[in-house]
Design a protein around this ligand. Structure first.
Ligand SMILES: Cc1cc2nc3c(=O)[nH]c(=O)nc-3n(C[C@H](O)[C@H](O)[C@H](O)COP(=O)(O)OP(=O)(O)OC[C@H]3O[C@@H](n4cnc5c(N)ncnc54)[C@H](O)[C@@H]3O)c2cc1C
Length: 390
């Protein structure tokens, strides 16, 4: 992208000096500022955002605050071993607890937030068998779940043609933009919206200069909280965080009947009934993996039609209702499905967090805390540290 002489604000606005400059004002960037404020309230922090708070995935997601991971727990154990899989699950549970304790607290009137669990539904017997196995493993290690047959699924969430499912008792749901707005009231920083970062330079004094279309920002530390957009800032991320699109469709309201948000088809598809009775449904990127990559947030007929067909098949309560919204957003998928934090291999004053693989609302607050732990010399879990890729 190029900037014209007339729009270029860099010379007019001059150089700005901070202790830390955080780039990206989604849930990662806001969480990073929050934990830096907690660590040292005297730090002078700038938060730099190309568009406005929540313009990226953080303002476009489904609002599930999911504990655990992007796959069934038995598969997580298969990849990480039992102890690390439990650690990963507990990390996400702690994310929810931290959000409740530090951000949501007693702000009931300012934010839509429900902590009533979340369902994982199976349309095939083979997935239900796997889910029952998951429920058994989780019960044995003290993570609360309940198993539901098709009748009970129908009664609790009104979804037809599922053979069964399980309920994770600890998951929650929210309005993600209200969450960001609440976070904004709890952080101390100078926010520069409409400010695009183009890269950074090292200076002789050991500081870093972030180059933007709104002038230079000098700081002793930079943090990239860019998730899907990380590789646009530095090539280190090109083979670690991949921009991956997700699409959502929303149907006009019917009276409330759903007792909680639901995943289906191995976490790939998801839906929830909004407080006003609208239906939010997303997923189906698996049917068009070749188009659902890159930085475009457009919707496509192929996926939108698949989402609508799903509604007609499983949630006929909405079959005569109109579509009220369609949108897309760009997620950052990491190479192994887990988020990553660290500093650039050739620059230990430039830090980053990202790679939530579609689960940043369930992970980013705790991930930012861990990144700040790392900055201040405390341990970061092995599975979260970007060093696992070196
Ligand atoms: C459709 C959809 C549904 C989802 N559903 C869920 C869900 O239910 N639960 C869940 O946990 N997760 C969900 N996710 C994933 C979740 O939204 C993301 O993991 C999370 O929002 C990532 O937050 P972030 O702050 O790291 O990135 P983002 O929110 O993408 O923020 C990055 C910011 O960086 C800014 N930026 C980019 N380039 C520059 C630059 N050069 N200079 C300055 N600023 C820049 C962008 O404008 C953006 O605001 C979903 C995502 C999508 C798209």
């Amino acid at each position: 992208m190029s900037t014209s002489y007339w729009l270029d604000r860099s010379e007019k606005n001059g150089k700005k000096t901070y202790d830390v400059v955080v780039v990206g004002a989604g849930i990662s960037g806001l969480s990073t500022v929050y934990w830096l404020n907690q660590e040292d309230p005297s730090l002078k922090i700038a938060l730099v955002e190309k568009h406005r708070i929540g313009f990226g995935a953080s303002g476009r997601n489904a609002g599930f605050i999911t504990c655990g991971s992007v796959e069934h727990f038995n598969r997580l154990i298969g990849k990480h071993g039992k102890d690390e899989a439990i650690e990963i699950w507990k990390f996400a549970e702690t994310n929810l607890q931290l959000l409740k304790d530090h951000i949501i607290q007693d702000q009931g009137d300012k934010i839509e937030f429900k902590h009533r669990g979340c369902y994982s539904l199976a349309a095939q017997e083979s997935e239900f068998t796997e889910l029952k196995n998951v429920a058994k493993i989780m019960t044995d290690i003290g993570i609360p779940t309940e198993t539901y047959d098709s009748d009970r699924i129908l009664k609790c969430v009104g979804a037809k043609k599922f053979v069964g499912g399980i309920k994770y008792m600890d998951d929650a749901e929210t309005n993600p933009v209200e969450l960001l707005n609440l976070m904004r009231t709890k952080i101390k920083c100078d926010l520069y919206e409409s400010t695009e970062a183009h890269g950074f330079e090292q200076t002789g004094e050991g500081t870093r200069v972030l180059k933007t279309d709104n002038g230079d920002f000098e700081a002793s530390m930079l943090v990239f909280s860019l998730n899907a957009y990380s590789a646009t800032m530095h090539p280190f991320f090109a083979d670690k965080i991949y921009p991956t699109r997700a699409q959502i469709l929303m149907m006009e309201p019917v009276p409330a009947f759903m007792d909680g948000p639901c995943y289906a088809n191995f976490y790939l598809d998801y839906f929830r009934q909004m407080p006003n009775g609208s239906l939010l449904i997303g997923g189906f990127r698996q049917i068009a993996k070749e188009t659902e990559v890159g930085y475009s947030d457009h919707t496509t007929d192929q996926i939108q039609n698949a989402l609508h067909d799903f509604v007609v098949h499983h949630l006929p309560q909405y079959k005569d209702k109109k579509v009220s919204h369609r949108w897309g957003g760009v997620m950052g998928f990491s190479r192994d499905g887990q988020p990553m934090v660290g500093s650039l291999p050739d620059d230990n004053q430039v830090f980053f967090n990202g790679g939530y693989t579609g689960h940043g609302i369930g992970l980013a607050f705790h991930t930012a805390k861990s990144m700040v732990d790392g900055i201040f010399g405390r341990n970061v879990p092995r599975w979260l540290s970007a060093r696992r890729f070196s």
